[in-house]
Design a protein around this ligand. Structure first.
Ligand code: GLC
Length: 663
């Protein structure tokens, strides 16, 4: 049962697509305050688990910490942080009472989940304008499914996007990209995509490419396609200010950029230097920006990643002025009167300064809305711009989109990657724990920078991370400029990498099938164990293991020098390992705790009792996966409903695309 409560005059985020009548009065849960902002306070039972909150720090059970939905470009995802790039305001309290809440509020909102007081959940925002959805259900899993129904179907990417992709910030010219392609193809390492980071552009201008580095861009894209590789360019949230640059000029002329209170276009420095932010909340500007992607689709491009769309601000004009004034004051007064620390304070405050977010406006149907009130929608609406334009311009085929910043609602237009993680073992585990929470909020096409973005990776970390990435819909190796080379052919013997990547392609029929079923039935692809085994008292403790679909459990190794790991089986399962010689080992393990050996070059999974899954022969790219080689592994007598389609068109249909196979 879903109830909708409206407080004040909320901004219509269009996160929820279902028409739900407003319930009068106040929800039966929690104490609500609307004086001087919004507050919601609810006692938590001793045993209550709190699920949800999507992309976030910490574990699957969110209890015991403070989370703040405040889309932030912060590349240090350490445990002390409370905000990452997204705002996913859906959570479930699972105990004696089972209730879900979606706080549809696009400004900064705080979720104190037993942080100040271990037994109280407090949600608070500066304004008392929001829509609160309250959902009851028999289990937490039921509540998630109910919620997913009201927010609309999750985004479906083209099938090639389920292949493996290589990325690096620093590839510049077509020669660089061909060298990466060769590194993979010559070593017979599977690959479907190479990502193009900002250096492919002319001076970091969206929808351009560097003419010196690409003699003939469409020809370059075509040549890559002949190697069965798609190039996936990045698009950033800010448009460079430069006379003669058509995107800039059109934006200025038509008032498509965010404005200051005085009507001038707001200016913020990001990678290209000074930029304007397209006003994605203005439908005309959204349509215009979305259509700009056509410059690249016309050149043969079939997918994009949207970045810097929190929006990230390195500094604003106003911020630079504040620093200048502080510096002038410092120079013209004595150290005692005005310390150099004051200058440092201003310098430290430059990036993503809340004062800047309060200083520009969106034009929503003629009404000026201050950005800070709708801050968390920017990435959502940027990706919506692209998704809507492509639905119109490319009705026959799917285009790949994923974004860094997001709000619930964006899950209908694209996936997300989890931003600038680091080459740390702890981030492999963080990556694992985020997956089911993201799914609960509708985001199915998800993945982290495998191997880690910041810092230098190591061979073992990359191999272990890839062994998790084998199961994430988005499987991409990406790293920052200046870090150690991270392509799979850069670590000497490529044999181990080939093998791990091949497992992805062997499992592709299963991964694609489960993804499509989850998307088409508003279900989860990744589930916490406790959703599948609600009666099992230990299941909620096993946060480092996940269920995929209805058939398998994964338990990746995330510890340096480990030769295996402890694993908990809520029921008897078949322990399956894809071994480096291409064979598959299977061993029945009883319910309970086990230590299992897993070598660096092995990919483990567990098949649930009585079930089976399809595997194909290895392939070097998605189109080469041969359906005739599909066979089942698992329990004799098990059957599996295999979904497959052309992977390109927008015709998805469970009825006609499922066939039952078995062993
Ligand atoms: C941001 C992105 C990262 C990208 C870099 C350069 O940090 O999160 O993925 O490589 O910008 O574009």
């Amino acid at each position: 049962m879903i109830q909708k409560y409206v407080f004040g005059t909320p901004f219509e985020t269009e996160a929820v697509t279902a028409r739900i009548p407003e319930t009068p009065g106040r929800p039966a849960y929690g104490k609500i305050g609307t004086e001087g902002g919004f507050s919601f306070e609810m006692p938590l039972g001793k045993e209550d688990i709190v699920y949800g909150l999507g992309e976030n720090v910490r574990g699957i059970n969110k209890r015991g910490y403070l989370y703040i939905s405040n889309a932030s470009d912060d590349p240090y995802h350490t445990e002390d942080k409370s905000s990452l790039y997204a705002a996913h305001n859906f959570l479930i309290v699972d105990g004696k009472r089972k209730v879900g809440f979606f706080f549809d509020y696009p400004g900064v909102i705080r979720f104190d989940v037993g942080y100040m007081d271990p037994d109280v959940l407090t949600v608070s925002g500066r304004e008392a304008d929001l829509t609160l959805y309250v959902m009851e259900g028999a289990t937490a899993y039921e509540i998630v499914k109910e919620f997913r129904k009201i927010i609309g179907r999750s985004y479906i990417p083209p099938k090639f996007a389920f292949g493996f992709g290589q990325s690096r910030w620093g590839y510049k010219s077509q020669e660089d990209f061909f060298a990466v392609a060769d590194g993979y193809r010559k070593n017979r390492l599977p690959l479907d995509m190479i990502y193009m980071d900002i250096d492919y552009m002319q001076d970091y201008k969206d929808f351009t490419f560097n003419r010196e580095h690409f003699s003939d861009f469409p020809e370059f894209v075509k040549k890559m396609r002949e190697r069965h590789i798609r190039v996936i360019p990045i698009i950033d949230g800010g448009v460079k200010i430069e006379e003669g640059y058509p995107v800039y000029e059109e934006g200025v002329k038509n008032n498509y950029f965010c404005k200051r209170a005085d009507g001038s276009d707001f200016v913020a420095a990001v990678w290209p230097g000074y930029t304007h932010f397209p006003d994605f909340l203005n439908p005309a500007a959204r349509r215009w920006f979305g259509r700009c992607y056509q410059t690249l689709t016309d050149a043969g491009v079939e997918g994009f990643w949207n970045d810097m769309n929190e929006p990230s601000i390195f500094y604003s004009k106003e911020g630079a002025d504040r620093c200048r004034r502080a510096m002038e004051k410092y120079l013209s007064t004595s150290e005692e009167e005005y310390s150099i620390m004051e200058v440092q304070k201003e310098l430290n405050a430059l990036a993503n300064d809340p004062r800047d977010y309060a200083n520009f406006y969106h034009n929503v149907d003629g009404k000026m809305v201050c950005h800070e009130k709708v801050h968390n929608l920017f990435g959502y609406y940027m990706t919506r711009a692209a998704g809507e334009a492509m639905e119109e311009l490319e009705p026959e085929r799917r285009i790949l989109f994923f974004s860094r910043s997001s709000y619930i609602g964006m899950h209908r237009y694209g996936g997300v990657w989890t931003g600038d993680n680091a080459s740390w073992w702890s981030h492999l585990l963080l990556n694992l724990k985020m997956l089911p929470s993201l799914n609960m909020c509708g985001f199915l096409y998800i993945g982290a920078d495998l191997g880690g973005f910041n810092n230098n990776t190591t061979r073992d970390l990359l191999l272990r991370w890839l062994a998790l990435g084998v199961f994430t819909p988005l499987m991409r190796n990406h790293t920052a400029a200046g870090t150690r080379a991270q392509e799979c052919c850069q670590f000497g013997d490529t044999e181990d990498f080939r093998h791990v990547l091949e497992v992805r392609y062997r499992l592709l029929p299963y991964i694609y099938s489960e993804y499509m079923k989850a998307a088409l039935t508003d279900d989860l692809y990744f589930k916490p164990l406790s959703f599948v085994y609600p009666e099992d008292g230990f299941a909620p403790q096993a946060e480092d293991q996940l269920i995929i679909g209805n058939e398998i459990m994964i338990a990746p190794v995330y510890t340096q020098n480990a030769r295996g790991r402890y694993v908990y089986l809520p029921e008897e399962m078949k322990f399956v390992k894809f071994l480096p010689d291409g064979s598959i080992s299977e061993e029945i393990l009883s319910a309970g705790h086990h230590y299992v050996e897993i070598a660096l070059n092995e990919v483990p999974l567990f098949i649930r009792k009585g079930r089976c899954i399809p595997v194909a022969d290895p392939a070097e790219y998605v189109e080469a996966v041969n359906p005739d080689t599909i066979r089942c592994i698992g329990y004799t007598g098990g059957t599996y409903e295999l979904y497959d389609d052309d992977g390109v068109s927008r015709e998805y249909d469970l009825e006609t695309h499922v066939r039952v196979i078995g062993m």
